[in-house]
Ligand binder design. Structure first.
Ligand code: ZN
Length: 379
């Protein structure tokens, strides 16, 4: 009751308190991250896809791995061996012509697929392994050999559409994994939550007409790629299974908490997925060079804790994170490490960066519009 009195709004209170109680009850019961619990899978070929003058470079994953090694957490995690995605798995979400274009481009000298998406002679290996890494964690979580997992991958994936690589992304790793869960593992419904600062246009396009996937995206607006308006809610059988939350620049921890508690968590409860996947992009951190939102490490941690608690409630704890963006190396590594601690039910420790300290715009009007206008939320 003390917590309830501190937090504004009934929905916010309800979900925040549930997340708090769940997280700390389980932390108390299972303070150590034992074997067969939380897994990581690291794309073993990621560094072959590198362009040091580009923000999406191999040092991103190297920074995460260094933080993992120095944290003492790594021995507590199950490390999963990774295989490349097959052509059939890629073609389940991408057109054959697009897959062949990546294969052709990547077998030549270093070049560019569009003005911000580069390839190297080893990009095919790196990109197919990235998609395979996402598949690997989904196999482990759905198969029950681990409780939850984090796919540490690059190149990222959520901008890759059915027909085009774009926005640093070659193949849509999380979409390939979600389709594999649905068609290959017999999972009935998947919820994908995308908290990258950019809209996951590719994931949206792939599942826009598919009612087996609920796609929820928080993203800054206006910002690349310019999609993700509130009115984009799905089509045909998928009408109502896309939930877009375009956020004004400067929204941070408080606004995100409200959006999750009052929109995303209720929507997922109503949808009742069998598996939750997270497009875990950390370029919403206030120190990120690409993102105009002002989340802190602690803010991202709180969002991840909500999703882990929600997964426990609605799908037996089955949740897997797949890395997307994040371009301040220290902030990226800190956010990933904090999310891994949450998955392991360990205390993440203090936020090394602290809050942004900037005032936030109010998101009440956006929340009210979607609560009354979105098919999954309207009562
Ligand atoms: Zn991004």
């Amino acid at each position: 009751m003390f917590l309830v009195a501190l937090l504004p709004g009934p929905a916010l209170c309800y979900n925040a308190v549930l997340a708090y109680i769940w997280f700390y009850r389980h932390r108390a019961r299972d303070a150590s991250c034992g074997p067969m619990s939380t897994a990581i899978a690291i794309n073993p070929r990621h560094a072959a896809h590198d362009e040091p003058r580009h923000v999406e470079q191999a040092s991103r994953l190297r920074a995460i791995i260094a933080a993992l090694d120095s944290s003492g957490l790594r021995p507590s995690l199950v490390e999963l061996p990774v295989r490349a995605a097959t052509d059939a798995q890629l073609r389940a979400v991408h057109r054959e012509r697009m897959v062949e274009l990546v294969r052709w481009s990547a077998n030549r000298a270093s070049s560019w697929i569009d003005h911000d998406t580069y390839t190297t002679p080893a990009t095919w290996d790196a990109a197919t392994m990235a998609a395979g890494t996402a598949i690997t964690v989904v196999d482990a979580v759905v198969g029950g050999s681990v409780r939850n997992a984090f796919a540490l991958v690059r190149p990222p994936g959520h901008h890759a559409t059915p027909g085009a690589s774009m926005g640093f992304c070659l193949f849509n790793n999380i979409a390939v994994a979600a389709r594999h869960a649905l068609d290959g593992l017999g999972v009935g419904r998947v919820a994908i939550v995308d908290y990258d600062v950019h809209h996951g246009n590719g994931t949206q396009d792939i599942f826009f007409a598919d009612d087996r996937v609920l796609f929820c995206s928080t993203h800054a607006s206006p910002l690349y790629p310019g999609t993700g308006a509130e009115r984009e809610i799905g089509t045909g059988p998928g009408h109502g299974t896309t939930l877009n939350l375009p956020l004004p620049h400067g929204v941070g921890d408080a606004g995100f908490a409200r959006v999750f508690d009052e929109l995303i968590v209720p929507a997922i409860r109503r949808y009742r997925p069998d598996l939750i996947l997270v497009s875990a992009g950390y370029d919403g951190h206030w120190a990120d060079p690409l993102g105009p939102l002002t989340l802190s490490v602690a803010g991202y941690t709180a969002l991840t804790a909500r999703l882990v608690a929600l997964a426990e409630d609605v799908c037996n704890g089955r949740i897997a994170l797949v890395l997307e963006g994040g371009y301040n190396l220290k902030a990226l590594a800190a956010c990933v490490m904090a999310s891994l601690h949450v998955l392991c039910r360990r205390e993440p420790g203090p936020d090394p960066f602290g809050p942004s300290g900037e005032p936030e715009p109010d998101v009440s009007a956006l929340i009210a519009r979607l609560q009354h206008g979105h098919p999954l939320l309207a009562v």
